[in-house]
Design a protein around this ligand. Sequence first.
Ligand SMILES: [Zn+2]
Length: 213
Amino acid sequence: MTISHHPPEDLLADFAAGKLEEAHQLVVGVHVAGCPRCTRFVQAIEQLAGAALEDVAPVPIATDAFDRVMSRIHEAPKEAVAPALASDTDDDVPPALRKYRIGKRRRVAPGLSLRPIELSGQGQARAFLLRSAPGSRMLEHTHTGTELTLVLEGSFSHEGGHFGPGDFDYGDDEVEHRPIVGNEGPCLCLVAMTGDLRMNGFLGRLIGPFVRL
Ligand SMILES: [Zn+2]
């Protein structure tokens, strides 16, 4: 897998610091896990942050701090290990997403379907798996918010280049694009999106109200 499109560095820095909202943390995290270059970048930031922490004068901690931490750990709700509706037979769900509950597939337009990913509810962005048919041409659209897209299978192209497995695409409200899905097979993407899509052009305005992501 050759990755040629990576998240912008400020996004990676915020990811390393855990500052992104959940949907963005998820999409950037799945990219980083499969991308040696971004893994190195994130590790370098973490090391810098660690070094900065060592420079900070130690603060005396309360003598019962350890006990308090341990009791909080015991009180904390057990992490949900039960999986998700997704099973191994679920061809849509990459291993990195198996711990999430993933909703049923919903058709949003001809050749386009999505499965919502259930997050904890924090943050504005939604996350979903988006599947588009090979060779389909999405309508030209703009965003009212940001859209982070990670290609899992297949490919698409738009003015910004060609995006294959592992590639990361960042769109905001300045971007107008009209992705075309490659012919080699369906394109499966992991997407985090805030705001809405705005369809452009006559046809877009006509069907826009029916396309709900
Ligand atoms: Zn990368």
